[in-house]
Write a protein that binds this ligand. Structure first.
Ligand SMILES: Cc1cc2nc3c(=O)[nH]c(=O)nc-3n(C[C@H](O)[C@H](O)[C@H](O)COP(=O)(O)OP(=O)(O)OC[C@H]3O[C@@H](n4cnc5c(N)ncnc54)[C@H](O)[C@@H]3O)c2cc1C
Length: 335
């Protein structure tokens, strides 16, 4: 059996590690990613706020891909899910089982004015570049704005607002700065009322202005004003953005998506194409977009690929989904 996994993020790495363990060389497992290294989502914030350096948070795939898995650094250019055939800039690949784990892309151009006057802190390179912007910032009005839902890691914008507060205190700039957090959620982390209450308390203590159920739709570079969907306006000196999220273009062009994401059977992670799975941020499963859920989905998909019996598969799915939820709680408790 040839298993081809597209994307070596949280989902792809977990899945290939499990398949390598399960099959111990009896199955050909190939993992493709355009990058040469993995970076944890939260490490971007550490680099951005000057708490560590980029070299310290890059994990070279040569060091972390499981022995027995063939890693290919290549950009995926087209996916034919019916034929289970993939074109890349390193050639074509065919397989018996295809797993799409290409994550979510960030569409900076979807928000007028963002590229000119805002700073995306969700992609690796732009978060690293924002480190210099923050180091040079001399105080003023800062907006942390989420520009669409769903977005990766619902707690991350709240963490960013709190880390920004600490950063400005450390630099003696907090008193002449204002921090606003704007998000189209009723509470900071809707699935977790307890964590939301704690965060709301932390915002109040630090005088971080929390603007629930509001969404910025455009930035005016000349006036330095953010326009909200409800018609309101907010002036800013620094805009830190969570850009609009989309499935990668190659996925949208493959015909696998509905309403922008790949629909899957949530118990198995199978798509409507025979032998084709989708896991992680690119899949529409109903859980928040987060590494811990991508990992849980990888575990379920790996067991389905390995397990022959349908009854056994259904039982394993239930266990996998439950453990993903508890891991999410654990990972978030670190902050
Ligand atoms: C600031 C921040 C903080 C976060 N903190 C946490 C946290 O504390 N806990 C948590 O659980 N989650 C966190 N997340 C969310 C987490 O990073 C994502 O949800 C997770 O990475 C999704 O995993 P994935 O495997 O679906 O996709 P990804 O990890 O995004 O992997 C997708 C891979 O596909 C590759 N790819 C995409 N297109 C192509 C192409 N055309 N050709 C080849 N390769 C391609 C990419 O290079 C990437 O390596 C955070 C995210 C951010 C931005």
């Amino acid at each position: 059996m040839r298993v081809l996994v597209l994307g070596a993020g949280f989902g792809g790495l977990e899945l290939t590690t499990r398949l390598a363990d399960e099959f111990d060389g009896r199955v050909e497992v190939t993992l493709i990613d355009q990058s040469d290294a993995f970076v944890f989502g939260f490490s971007k914030l550490d680099v951005m706020f000057g708490r560590t350096v980029r070299e310290a948070v890059r994990h070279d795939y040569r060091d972390i891909v499981k022995p027995g898995v063939r890693f290919v650094q290549a950009s995926v250019q087209s996916i034919d899910p019916a034929a289970r055939r993939v074109e890349t800039d390193a050639g074509a690949f065919e397989c018996d089982v295809l797993v799409v784990a290409l994550g979510a892309d960030l569409d900076v151009a979807a928000t007028p004015g963002l590229a000119e006057t805002g700073h995306d802190f969700y992609s690796v390179e732009s978060a690293f570049a924002t480190r210099d912007v923050l180091a040079a910032f001399d105080g003023g009005r800062v907006i942390v704005g989420v520009l669409s839902t769903p977005f990766k890691c619902p707690p991350a914008p709240s963490e960013t607002a709190l880390l920004l507060h600490d950063h400005l205190v450390r630099r003696g700039l907090r008193e002449r700065s204002e921090i606003s957090l704007v998000m189209d959620f009723g509470r900071p982390i809707p699935p977790s009322p307890e964590a939301s209450t704690l965060l709301e308390g932390a915002f109040a203590e630090r005088e971080i202005a929390w603007h629930p159920r509001r969404e910025v739709c455009q930035l005016d570079p000349s006036r330095k004003v953010a326009t909200l969907r409800d018609g309101g306006e907010m002036p800013f000196d620094l805009f830190l953005a969570v850009p609009v999220h989309r499935a990668p273009a190659v996925v949208l062009e493959s015909g696998m998506t509905e309403n922008g994401w790949i629909p899957v059977n949530p118990l198995t992670l199978e798509t409507r194409f025979d032998g084709v799975y989708a896991i992680g941020d690119v899949a529409a499963v109903g859980t928040p977009r987060a590494g811990v859920f991508a990992e849980g989905q990888a575990a379920v998909a790996a067991e389905h690929i390995a397990a022959p019996s349908t009854a056994e598969q259904a039982m394993r799915s239930t266990v996998g989904a439950a453990s993903a939820t508890s891991r999410w709680a654990l990972v978030r408790s670190r902050s």
